[in-house]
Write a protein that binds this ligand. Structure first.
Ligand code: AMP
Ligand code: TRP
Length: 336
């Protein structure tokens, strides 16, 4: 039987942080041999908020390099840059014309980001989930591994599949494949280091709130030393009154590779003075191989270009096929 298809992506807006890694990329890597995977760098999404054209292309290459550095293996996975394949924008347009505006106005991420943009909210920001639906649907993806914050966007994608298939499918023949979210419990929502009730985010103004995958050891150590804790001695998971404690223990559990039970037992009597250096060292060691591999990949730009060229070719074949199918179902003429 053919393997199930996986598609996911990350925006090239600044460096990836532990939330991106533990919520998304690490899970892609761990499961990649079970699936036929497509991982894109979603640069068209990155311009839905004001962006700097001088760094957009470099950031996209850097994210592709980080995918590889984190362990994406090209024998199981295809990596590519979203804007290199015009079908993404084109399918987004077709989907736009069947998407009710009020579905988009309800999206939590839109509401949160719109508040931050003030007067400067673009149509693109509202339309962001439709472009994301196009990303997923162009590859006939069965599964979409993401962090918890993307669940609502995948639900919208599913609603669009129902709508397109109802309106334009014929009998047994559906036009688009129904995707499912794949969200791992641990790591699905990594919280800020300065406030355990807010998610770790690229857009938080404080750099101390997140650990970037490329932070040098001394920066990681400093951030963990300064991170918010509480006055209680003894560390525990899942106490709703201790969000920072739960977050830091979860980081330790995921980065050390030890089970939750072992971590809970080991840390039950620990104070922060003992735990913080342990977490810092574990984080530095977990990120060291990624950082080394990243420098290696970035030092051979021609090799990275070749990987992205191959990825683009492979991805375009799938994307153009699905796009043609949707256009035919919607009744467009075929150019002669
Ligand atoms: P973004 O940085 O918004 O492009 O997100 C890329 C991926 O990382 C998506 O799958 C997100 O769900 C995931 N992600 C982002 N922030 C977090 C976080 N704080 N915790 C867990 N996953 C996250
Ligand atoms: N919206 C996603 C995020 O910010 C990124 C994304 C764009 C994505 N297209 C996608 C994720 C398709 C999964 C599948 O995290």
């Amino acid at each position: 039987m053919a393997k199930q298809r996986v598609l996911s992506g990350v925006q090239p807006t600044g460096n990836l942080h532990l939330g991106n890694y533990l919520g998304a990329i690490r899970n892609w890597v761990n499961a990649q041999d079970q699936y036929d995977n497509y991982f894109c760098v979603v640069d068209l999404h990155a311009i839905t908020v004001p962006h700097d054209p001088k760094v957009l292309a470099d950031n996209s290459y850097a994210i592709a390099a980080l995918y590889l550095a984190c362990g994406i293996d090209l024998t199981h996975s295809t990596i590519f840059i979203q804007s290199h394949i015009a079908a993404h924008s084109e399918l987004a347009w077709l989907l736009n014309c069947i998407t009710p505006v009020n579905w988009l106005e309800r999206m939590i991420q839109f509401k949160e980001k719109a508040v931050k943009q003030g007067e400067n909210v673009s149509v693109g920001l509202l339309d962001y989930p439709v472009l994301m639906a196009a990303d997923i649907l162009l590859y006939d993806a069965d599964l979409v591994p993401v962090g918890e914050d993307q669940k609502q966007h995948i639900e919208l994608t599913r609603d669009l599949v129902i709508r397109i298939n109802d309106q334009f499918g014929t009998g047994e023949n559906s036009v688009l494949k129904m995707p499912e979210p794949l969200i791992q419990k641990a790591g699905a929502r990594v919280m800020s280091l300065t406030d355990g009730t807010k998610k770790m985010s690229k857009s938080d103004p404080s750099d101390l709130s997140r650990i970037s995958l490329l932070d040098p050891p001394e920066v990681i150590t400093k951030k963990i030393k300064r991170c918010k804790t509480d006055p209680t001695k003894g560390l525990e998971f899942d106490n709703p009154d201790r969000p920072e404690c739960n977050n830091l223990l979860t980081l330790y559990h995921l980065l050390s590779g030890q089970s939750r039970e072992a971590v809970a037992a080991d840390c039950a009597e620990m104070g922060w003075g003992q735990f913080k250096p342990l977490l810092a060292e574990t984080t530095v060691e977990a990120l060291r191989p990624i950082q080394e591999k990243y420098s290696e990949i970035m030092s051979d730009r021609a090799a990275l270009d070749a990987i992205l060229r191959d990825g683009r070719e492979k991805a375009a074949a799938s994307a153009n096929h699905v796009l043609a199918k949707v256009k035919a179902a919607m009744g467009f003429s075929v150019p002669l």
